[in-house]
Design a protein around this ligand. Structure first.
Ligand code: C2E
Ligand code: MG
Ligand code: MG
Ligand code: MG
Length: 276
């Protein structure tokens, strides 16, 4: 395979920064593709855990498991550095399963407490036949009770093929696994259709949270209040605010009645669950 051979020849020492905002040429992408395959075989994809807190008393209720590439030379890389290429070359699902397995196994250990753990599921992945069955098998072999797992989905995951997605979510819910809507407010869905989906949590995107303590934050306040009124009060969906960085943001959210939060103010993603 000539293409693979060329990528190998480029070899070590060619570490262009794998920042997806930069132009990356086809040869760099191919080199990354080869490296990703190697990394999969060597188990280099690991979960980092970011705690999710109750805003009123600071109690940790769960964690989000976030993908990291523990690269032997370049250090710990965030998803923004490699997920697009991984998706384009068809390796993202295998990477995700490696991460889900490790996250569930870690959270099943006694020292991890009994809170929930969330995993991020990409839209295409969710629509694959057998996704729910494979997830339940993984739970069984990791020893994590299904009731402690939540899958985080973005709005686009719900809009494409809604009938199939709903059926998958309902089967998972029947088995105990809940679903959370991630990055709410950035997509096209409206609050109005939330009630028709089997969702138990909703995460307000950090874009709104960031504006809460700024002078121009009135619009963000209105959006957040509307989400809380409908989701939390009318539908009984738990609301988690993402990306809380300042005490002013936390206080504004608490004052509006937001129950849960996540962000650098409370804790950054770490290789171990909170308190370990
Ligand atoms: P997300 O699911 O919305 O995750 C939240 C992102 O916000 C994480 O970035 C987290 O580190 C970051 N974050 C948390 N608190 C704060 C804060 O206070 N301020 C700021 N500025 N950022 C904060 P990360 O880990 O780089 O992940 C980025 C995105 O990559 C995630 O967004 C998610 O869409 C995707 N992702 C993460 N893990 C996985 C995975 O296992 N599989 C797949 N397919 N995608 C993943
Ligand atoms: Mg997420
Ligand atoms: Mg999010
Ligand atoms: Mg996000």
């Amino acid at each position: 395979d000539i293409a693979l051979y060329r990528a190998k020849q480029l070899g070590r020492g060619r570490y262009a920064l794998f920042d997806e905002t930069m132009e990356r040429n086809a040869v760099d992408e191919l080199a990354l593709e080869v490296e990703l395959r190697h990394a999969l075989q060597h188990g280099e994809f690991v979960p980092y855990f970011q705690p999710i807190f109750r805003l009123d008393n600071g109690e940790v209720v769960g964690h989000e498991a976030l993908l990291r590439w523990n690269h032997p030379r370049r250090g710990v890389l965030p998803p923004g550095d490699f997920v697009r290429v991984a998706r384009d070359c068809g390796q993202l699902e295998a990477i995700d399963w490696q991460l889900y397995g490790k996250a569930c196994e870690r959270m099943a250990q006694p020292d991890a407490g009994d809170g929930f753990v969330t995993i991020n599921v990409s839209p295409l992945h969710l629509r694959h036949a057998g996704f729910d069955r494979q997830l339940l098998q993984l739970l069984a072999s990791s020893g994590l009770p299904p009731e402690r797992l939540l899958i985080e989905l973005t709005e686009d995951a719900l809009l494409e093929d809604p009938v199939l997605v709903r059926a998958t979510l309902e089967r998972l819910r029947a088995a105990g696994v809940q679903a959370a809507l991630d990055d709410f407010g950035t997509g096209y869905s409206s609050l109005g259709y939330l009630h028709s989906l089997p969702l138990s949590k909703l995460k307000i995107d950090q874009m709104f949270v960031r504006e809460l303590d700024t002078a121009g934050g009135a619009g963000a306040n209105t959006v957040v209040s509307a989400i809380l009124t409908l989701a939390a009060r009318a539908l009984g969906i738990d609301v988690i605010a993402e990306g809380i960085e300042t005490e002013a943001q936390r206080d504004a959210l608490r004052a509006m009645g937001c129950e849960f939060g996540q962000g650098f103010l409370f804790g950054r993603p770490q290789p171990q669950p909170h308190g370990v």
